[in-house]
Design a protein around this ligand. Structure first.
Ligand code: NAD
Length: 282
């Protein structure tokens, strides 16, 4: 079985960004700049935000963290985002979710300018994306496509199944696979007899958010299996995905492990998207 190594692909993409960032610096006198907004003290979000800043700095991009108090009001947050929208020195904006409960995710998704939406998840960005005119594509599904491309896996004509229909992963994943000429079935929590669909698929992308939901018996021989799931609840508290990866050896043609599969590609694609938005604006 071919292991689709997300760390390797991620290193490859990050290396390819370095000359683009240098060229941008030469042209503008500054590095592409990702502004990350975080409200409150959620420990997991603090770690994610620090990781994003470190990843930016490693490839020579600028990242600023705008840490706002937990009790910030909606108008104050909107004003902060509008200031970043208007700041010529900011290329990408990322608002870290989840927000404190009194704030509206809906309003934030309407406020970030699509020209600076590095995550590609605001309503306007998703509108452009689903209309086939993306400014940038949502990071996780785009990262999956980058992995497939890196390993010369051409999905054209494949029967592909996506398990999960979130706006962040499942729906945009189905869209990207459709655009790459796969025939896509989108399954979800109300799908009857999920295995009937996954067992007939050449490619299955699993983003159900259910630890170790699928195993060998759910896939046909020589299927390609991409596991987006991420859980800290595997054996011995280890990180695991939505797929029982150990069952796939000798059965699947190729698969992504967890950790080390799709995960590393999400931040890398965020860097790529920020770079792309910076280049487009300049
Ligand atoms: P979500 O909870 O928003 O969506 C899960 C989807 O799966 C829903 O559409 C639901 O209908 C479907 N689903 C749930 N149970 C199912 C079942 N038994 N059978 C079929 N469908 C089922 O989750 P999400 O934000 O899309 O994330 C999915 C998983 O991917 C999570 O584990 C999350 O942690 C992980 N994730 C990883 C990355 C990464 O960088 N690797 C990024 C985003 C999300």
């Amino acid at each position: 079985m071919l292991i689709l190594d997300g760390k390797e692909v991620s290193n490859h993409v990050r290396t390819s960004l370095i000359p683009r960032i240098a060229a941008f610096k030469n042209k503008t006198g500054r590095a592409p700049h990702l502004a990350v907004v975080i409200c409150g003290e959620d420990p997991a979000s603090q770690v994610y935000v620090r990781n994003k800043k470190a990843a930016c700095e490693k490839v020579g991009m600028t990242s600023t963290i705008h840490a706002l108090r937990e009790d910030i009001t909606q108008p104050e947050l909107t004003e902060m985002i509008e200031t970043l929208n208007a700041d010529e020195g900011v290329d990408g904006i990322l608002v870290q979710f989840p927000l404190p409960k009194h704030l509206s995710t809906h309003e934030v998704l309407q406020t970030v300018s699509p020209l600076k939406d590095a995550d590609g998840l605001t309503y306007k960005s998703l509108g452009y994306f689903f209309a086939g005119q993306p400014l940038v594509s949502p990071c996780t599904p785009k990262g999956v496509m980058t992995i497939l491309k890196h390993y010369n896996i051409n999905v054209e004509g494949m029967n592909a199944v996506v398990v999960g229909r979130s706006n962040i992963v499942g729906k945009p994943m189905a869209m990207l696979l459709t655009e790459a000429n796969a025939t896509v079935t989108l399954c979800h929590s109300k799908t009857k007899n999920l295995a009937q669909f996954t067992k007939n698929a050449d490619l299955v992308v699993v983003a159900a958010g259910k630890a170790q939901l699928l195993g060998k018996d759910d896939f046909k021989k020589d299927a390609i299996v991409v596991d987006v799931g991420m859980h800290g609840s595997g054996q011995g508290g280890k990180l695991c995905g939505d797929v029982r990866f150990s069952e796939l050896e000798g059965w699947a043609k190729a698969a992504t492990p967890v950790p080390g599969g799709v995960g590393p590609m999400t931040i890398t694609t965020l860097l790529e998207n920020t770079c792309l938005l910076a280049e487009k604006r300049v």
